[in-house]
Design a protein around this ligand. Structure first.
Ligand SMILES: Nc1ncnc2c1ncn2[C@@H]1O[C@H](COP(=O)(O)OP(=O)(O)OP(=O)(O)O)[C@@H](O)[C@H]1O
Ligand SMILES: [Mg+2]
Length: 312
């Protein structure tokens, strides 16, 4: 991370477009915010758009705004995030999820920083620095024709690769200390870690990277159970493959079929929540992971009453 700090300082006062890459949970958002905070634009807005969380058909209007009557439901003119980011930074998260047509529009915007709102014809000029991030393999996406090569080179003026936590384990003690102090203060606790627990944390695979570590420490601080239970919980595989803790046997009042159906629904819901969270509500990707059609996935989301975080 020290090397990344140096890069941030070196490019702070340029308007170079930056592409931040790295697995989910490594701290790409944090790097983007640090870049903005170190730049001459720090007094301006930092506007984040998660390209995966917004359905493709709404994304163009989200980014570039629309005029009244541009499409069904466009009751009034709405500026896009690029306009809000004027004199600041636009952070395009999950850039690989940008539909191809929008990739073309973004490329043009990056060339002259002028664009038109959806349904409009006057060009709007904007002064914004663009930072993009992705956890996907963009080279592979390009090879498959899913990501434009010209946009890739335009975005990739400076590339910052944030390594996974397992490749920088020496940072774990400092991160743990930071999170412990934060959550102790937040929850009014005074938890400490035994050296054995820290040793365990140093060895854990952390496939969810810093986010997983942060959540693990939060859980440890919040839960009243002892540290041993916490350390033991780390040994469990992730993603709910762990055998569920034995629940007390309830009085049986329904048939086996209904019990099975209810359990299946609960398991489905849990899998949906986990996968959608992991892919930041990229429904196409979630349907691939869960091996159901896109339509089935949408139905399941509706059945379970799930909504994306930004709509809560
Ligand atoms: N060096 C760090 N110090 C403190 N907290 C960190 C650090 N790196 C990451 N975090 C925390 O870990 C969590 C995940 O970080 P962040 O959201 O930046 O990851 P990301 O790479 O953008 O992940 P994703 O690809 O899933 O969006 C955040 O809560 C962030 O505050
Ligand atoms: Mg992120």
């Amino acid at each position: 991370m020290r090397a990344i700090r140096t890069v941030i300082e070196n490019i702070a006062d340029t308007d170079a477009t930056v592409l931040i890459r790295g697995e989910s949970g490594v701290g790409k958002d944090l790097v983007a915010r640090a870049l903005h905070a170190a730049s001459a634009r720090r007094a301006g807005p930092f506007v984040k758009v998660n390209c995966a969380a917004i359905p493709g058909e709404l994304l163009e209007s989200e980014l570039f705004g629309h005029e009244k009557g541009a499409f069904t439901g466009a009751h009034r003119r709405k500026p896009g995030q690029f306009e809000y980011a004027n004199s600041g930074t636009v952070y395009l998260d999950e850039i690989a999820e940008l539909p191809l047509a929008l990739q073309a529009k973004l490329l043009h915007v990056l060339q002259d920083f002028r664009f038109t709102r959806v349904g409009g014809n006057g060009a709007i000029e904007v002064d914004a620095r663009v930072i993009a991030a992705t956890n996907r393999d963009l080279e592979q996406a390009m090879a498959r024709g899913e990501f434009r090569e010209d946009l890739y080179y335009r975005l990739n003026v400076v590339e910052i690769h944030v390594p996974p936590l397992r490749e920088r384990r020496e940072e774990i003690p400092l991160l743990v200390a930071t999170f412990l102090a934060r959550f102790n203060a937040q929850y009014g606790r005074h938890k400490e870690l035994a050296p054995e627990t820290l040793a365990r944390l140093m060895e854990h695979p952390w496939s969810g990277n810093v986010r997983e570590l942060e959540n693990a420490i939060r859980r440890m601080v919040v839960l009243t159970e002892g540290e041993q239970a916490f350390a033991a919980s780390l040994a469990r595989p992730r993603n709910g493959q762990a055998p569920a803790a034995a629940a007390p046997t309830p009085a049986v009042t329904e048939g086996l079929r209904e019990i099975a159906r209810r359990a299946a629904r609960a398991a489905e819901r849990q899998a949906l929540v986990e996968v959608l969270d992991r892919v930041h509500w990229n429904r196409a990707e979630a349907s691939r992971i869960l091996k159901v059609s896109y339509k089935t996935l949408l139905n399941k989301i509706a059945e379970c009453g799930l909504t994306p975080p930004s709509h809560r």
